[in-house]
Design a protein around this ligand. Structure first.
Ligand code: GTP
Ligand code: 3PG
Length: 215
């Protein structure tokens, strides 16, 4: 029995569309890859994670050592439910769903999140706005319904209430800061001298930004 992490990854040409006004497809793909690499590296270093899978309709994007799980195009929640079913067959006893767009996440935060989830049965990582869910950990039973999408945090909290679970909601910056909009990017990129070329992505927190200092 083991703990699996599942990273959903949208099809390349559809990814990060909210940034389409400022980044072309190649730049968006480069950004997505940079953030995915960060998430995968943190998962590899996390003590609480035994195996990693990526749910994607593009198996050629899955690196060695990561299990490729299919996305049949029905949407994020059905793809994740199918992934949970498959991983149960692989012996998964607990599951971390973590988004691919978390450029600051660290292994130590993943470990803290998973441990908090083990204590409560469920952990939810809110985005910095308090509306989205950037990560979700389910202990023991893998049948918690996924409600990712608009206002997903309140939907996940409602599902927890129905099941009489009090989820852990640890405040961890690396799990809260996802990159969806130009404003999110502005929070991360130093104000001056940044080249938005896909090969040059270098995502470091901008310490002078009010977005990060208010966290
Ligand atoms: N496999 C899969 N992953 C998805 C799907 N939708 C979103 N994701 C992933 O879920 C996480 C959160 O995605 P979103 O912020 O909703 O979408 P995005 O592509 O990152 O950004 P937008 O296109 O601007 O909405 C990211 O890791 C996405 O790659 C889907 O339909 N299938
Ligand atoms: O559940 C969510 O919050 C959705 O997947 C949207 O995620 P986002 O905050 O990356 O748009």
């Amino acid at each position: 029995m083991s703990c699996w992490a599942v990273v959903p990854l949208k099809a390349r040409r559809l990814g990060k569309m909210r940034l389409a006004g400022m980044l072309d497809e190649a730049a968006r793909a480069g950004l997505v890859q940079t953030m995915l690499d960060t998430v995968l590296s943190a998962l590899a270093d996390a003590q609480e994670i035994d195996h990693v899978a990526i749910v994607s309709s593009e198996p050629e994007r899955i690196p060695a050592g990561v299990l490729a799980l299919p996305d049949l195009g029905q949407g994020l929640n059905p793809a994740l439910s199918a992934a949970a079913d498959r991983l149960r067959d692989h012996g998964a006893s607990s599951l971390l769903v973590i988004h691919a767009d978390l450029p600051l996440v660290r292994a130590s935060e993943i470990d803290r999140f998973v441990r908090a989830g083990r204590r409560q049965g469920l952990a939810l990582a809110s985005d910095r706005h308090g509306t989205g869910t950037n990560a979700l950990f389910i202990a023991d039973r893998l049948d918690f319904p996924f409600r990712f999408g608009t206002n997903s945090l309140s939907h996940h909290l409602a599902e927890a209430r129905i099941r009489r679970i009090t989820p852990a909601l640890p405040a961890l910056n690396g799990l809260a800061i996802d990159i969806d909009t130009p404003a999110d990017l502005a929070c991360l990129l130093p104000a001056a001298g940044v080249s938005l070329k896909p090969s040059r992505w270098s995502l470091t927190p901008c310490t002078t930004s009010p977005c990060t200092t208010s966290l």
